[in-house]
Ligand binder design. Structure first.
Ligand SMILES: Nc1ncnc2c1ncn2[C@@H]1O[C@H](COP(=O)(O)OP(=O)(O)OP(=O)(O)O)[C@@H](O)[C@H]1O
Ligand SMILES: [Mg+2]
Length: 252
């Protein structure tokens, strides 16, 4: 039996909440755990996974594949730790020729080679986000601790249910101390809480994952825990607490 990657869409209602940041850092953490992972920029109108990884203007990218001008395999590149990326490319000409309905075939082409495929999805509920959402096995909703972000996430949650794609859970990004766990309110499990951190901005400027830049930072550890939770791998943090080890309690 051929193994098939689990396809996880990272989505949000409101823009700018941290989807691209989470796709890169979660993907890197999964690869570090030993999972074959592909990150795919499905935000085809406004892609930015390329520039977050230093892979600017790759010769062949998703738009060329969706335009029927290249094969999927030729658009995949290797980043650190075996993490693979399928960048989108930013040419407006190629965007006009791209047929988003071919994304399904692109995923099918490489599904047998990975454990996980993470889709960086456009914000909101346009066709640019709806098509990738319906192709995913599961959706991770990204929210920030602010009312507009939560309200918009609620809408995406409702629409995803209507589209029959399971919402696996919530990631609260740019988390603030004292912020309530709104997963409970939305009826969605909270998979992780990523602190608002200068390390994220620093790593983005260096075009590297936070785990590569500051592996012992709170934010790097939060990404490792998130990856462990999603893959079911045991949690290893850089600062294991003695009491927790003695009691055999996992950090969640
Ligand atoms: N945990 C965090 N702490 C601090 N800054 C963050 C954090 N997460 C993301 N950011 C910053 O917030 C900005 C938006 O992040 P990102 O581009 O990942 O969001 P996005 O949801 O992909 O946006 P878009 O909807 O435009 O695609 C970036 O400048 C990023 O560096
Ligand atoms: Mg983005």
């Amino acid at each position: 039996l051929e193994s098939r990657a689990k396809v996880i869409a990272v989505a949000s209602g409101k823009g700018g909440v941290g989807k691209t940041t989470i796709v890169l850092n979660l993907g890197y953490a999964m690869a570090k755990i030993g999972k074959e992972t592909l990150i795919l920029d499905a935000d085809i109108a406004l892609p930015n996974l390329d520039i977050y990884t230093g892979l600017e203007s790759p010769p062949i990218s998703l738009l060329e594949v969706l335009g029927g001008n290249a094969s999927t395999r030729h658009a995949i590149y290797e980043l650190h730790f075996g993490l693979k990326i399928l960048p989108c490319g930013g040419s407006l000409q190629a965007l006009q020729e791209a047929d988003l309905s071919k994304l399904k075939d692109v995923i099918e082409d490489v599904r047998g080679e990975y454990d996980y495929i993470l889709l960086d999805v456009a914000a909101g509920l346009s066709k640019f986000s709806l098509i990738p959402l319906t192709l995913a096995d599961e959706i991770i909703l990204v929210v920030n601790p602010e009312p507009a972000s939560i309200l918009d996430a609620q809408k995406v949650n409702t629409v995803s249910r209507m589209a029959d794609t399971k919402v696996a859970g919530l990631v609260i990004n740019k988390d603030a101390k004292g912020f309530q766990d709104i997963g409970v309110k939305l009826g969605i499990p909270t998979l992780g809480r990523i602190p608002d951190s200068k390390v994220v901005v620093m790593a983005r400027e260096m075009k590297l994952p936070v785990i590569a830049v500051k592996p012992n930072s709170d934010v790097a550890q939060a990404f490792m825990r998130l990856a462990a939770r999603i893959t079911g791998a045991p949690v290893k943090t850089g600062k294991p607490s003695l009491i927790r080890r003695i009691l055999g309690i996992k950090n969640v």
